[in-house]
Design a protein around this ligand. Sequence first.
Ligand code: AR6
Length: 175
Amino acid sequence: MKKKFQDLTIEIVKGDITRQTDIDAIVNAANAFLRKGGGVAGAIHKAAGDELEKEAVSLGPIKPGQAVITSAYNLPNKHVIHCLGPVYERDVPHDKLLANCYDNALELAEKHELKSIAFPAISTGIFGYPVEEAATVALNAIKEKVPFLSHIKLVRMVLFSDNDYLAHESVLKKW
Ligand code: AR6
């Protein structure tokens, strides 16, 4: 499903973030020290190769809501943007910190003059953020950033399960 805002498209798809061959930067749901980790981070590091962790670790540690950018190595993209999402109900206010992830990642992509970026559903796995709540925060944060973006033309959310896709779809349908 897609929504257009003049010449920028916000899109949701079901899929694997490591296979977004048409996207300039993919976003990693990282840990504070930017080590490999599990979940989507594990998949991204595995696909990128060991060099990714070396570069990423040199930029850490980061705090919830922050983002850093690295090369993408063996991934089919130019860059990986690593965001530390909030741990639900530990890192507060969790909605503000989660919105900061999307805002800071988009800011970095814009600064690097990238045309497209793909996000996973940050914090909704190991960090325990309920996906219905996270979908609202994520998509609204992206929408609020649209007026400040000139290079970015496509923002894609890549959802790993049917349930995650449906949670995001119900937010987009209300717009
Ligand atoms: N493509 C897209 N989404 C995926 C993929 C994939 N290949 N694999 C998993 N997901 P999580 P978090 C979804 O736990 O909650 C790591 O160990 C997954 O289904 O990866 O922010 C880090 O090192 C879920 O919906 O990230 C941190 O310590 C979403 O990605 C910690 O986990 C996020 O799940 C971060 O936890």
